[in-house]
Design a binder for this molecule. Structure first.
Ligand code: PLP
Length: 355
């Protein structure tokens, strides 16, 4: 371990902060907090919303619920925009609501991880700009999108964007990343909401000296330095591509196993599969874990036992994806689920045929 107030660490932090901007596709500076992703979501709220602000909050799963509740906790007047879990984002209804009433902010997930749905952020950003005055901020929780597929903050009119270390950044839990547009910074200078740890103004001053305001999470940031340097040396497109291929592989062979996708607009960062009613998702998950040492996630709340979620972010080898499909097909078969058999060689040749 090195000390965080040393020239050696300052150089690392400076490089990391510079490289993060490329993942955000932004000319704005990015800030790092020693918190999980939810801390980054809170940082956005407390820095750009005042108590009493009218906020429209997209709620299409667990993480949408969390952000709406969080905004309410800090005094915002939250109008929820509910979408039945897994359903396609209703752009027309979204526009109808925004035309009728001015909001101080619109909150949404880019990818609602609890259902595996990706939201049409570029189109949503256009609608917000078209229907609202310039004071309305478009705030996006990109925790399972940023770093997994393109989410260009500046081009898509995003005013606040948050990412997290343990999802697309392929690291342990413990860092969140936050970026604001000029418009959001203007608001951040005046906001009355109490903020101390997550005060971006203090962070901005410290970053100018290549330091974080509070003690830096040195181990995480050094690991992030490695991840970003490696990723950017290959080029960001070459980083996104394998994630997409793992996703397409999973979709292809899970459909051969007779499983359908749960969300109507599925994300590239994870695949959520709907299980037939006579299969118990909890049991399938725990058998994959105990018999094959493969970890996949299930559903939460209303989806408990009904879906399986397979993550595509992280350092995952093709051979591991092949093992997953083999294991899943064995477990499904022994649970009494029938599907037309296929040759295992296809699992190998898929990768050669889909370069
Ligand atoms: C994981 C996740 C979060 C944050 O969770 P933490 O446990 O606080 O890191 C927030 N939003 C989405 C969409 C997520 O997938």
């Amino acid at each position: 371990m090195i000390h965080h107030r040393t020239p050696e660490f300052d150089a690392i932090l400076k490089r990391v902060l510079f490289n993060l901007k490329k993942i955000f596709f932004s000319h704005q500076d990015v800030y790092i907090f020693s918190s999980t992703g939810s801390g980054g979501m809170e940082a956005l709220i407390v820095n750009v919303l005042n108590p009493g602000d009218e906020v429209l909050s997209v709620v299409s799963g667990k993480f949408g619920e969390r952000w709406a509740d969080m905004a309410e906790t800090f005094g915002a007047r939250v109008t929820r925009f509910p979408i039945p879990w897994g359903e396609r984002f209703p752009l027309d209804q979204f526009e109808d609501i925004l035309i009728k009433k001015p909001f101080s902010a619109v909150l949404t997930q880019a990818c609602e991880t609890s259902t595996g749905a990706a939201h049409p952020i570029a189109k949503m950003g256009d609608i917000v700009r078209k229907t609202q005055n310039k004071n309305c901020l478009f705030l996006v929780d990109g925790i399972t999108a940023l770093g997994a597929y393109p989410l260009p903050m500046d081009d898509w009119n995003i005013d606040g964007l948050v990412g997290g270390s343990q999802k697309a950044f392929m690291l342990p839990t413990g860092l969140s990343f936050v970026c604001l547009s000029d418009r959001a910074w203007e608001k951040a200078e005046q906001v009355k909401t109490p903020r101390f740890y997550f005060d971006l103004r203090k962070e901005r001053e410290a970053n100018k000296r290549s330091e974080t305001y509070f003690s830096s999470s040195v181990a995480h940031i050094r690991a992030l330095d490695w991840v970003l340097s490696d990723l950017l040396s290959r080029g960001i497109a070459d980083h996104f591509k394998p994630i997409e291929r793992r996703c397409l592989f999973t979709r292809t062979f899970c459909s051969r196993l007779g499983l359908s996708l749960f969300p109507q607009s599925p994300s590239l960062s994870l695949t959520a599969l709907r299980l037939p009613p006579d299969l118990d998702g909890q049991k399938i998950r725990s058998r994959l874990e105990s018999e094959f040492a493969i970890t996949v996630m299930g559903g939460q709340d209303q989806l408990k036992g009904k879906i399986l979620r397979i993550g595509h972010m992280g350092y995952i080898k093709n051979i591991e994806m092949i093992r997953l499909i083999k294991a899943l097909s064995q477990v499904l078969q022994s649970e009494g689920w029938a599907f037309p058999p296929f040759d295992e060689k296809e699992l190998v040749s898929w990768w050669e045929n889909n370069e």
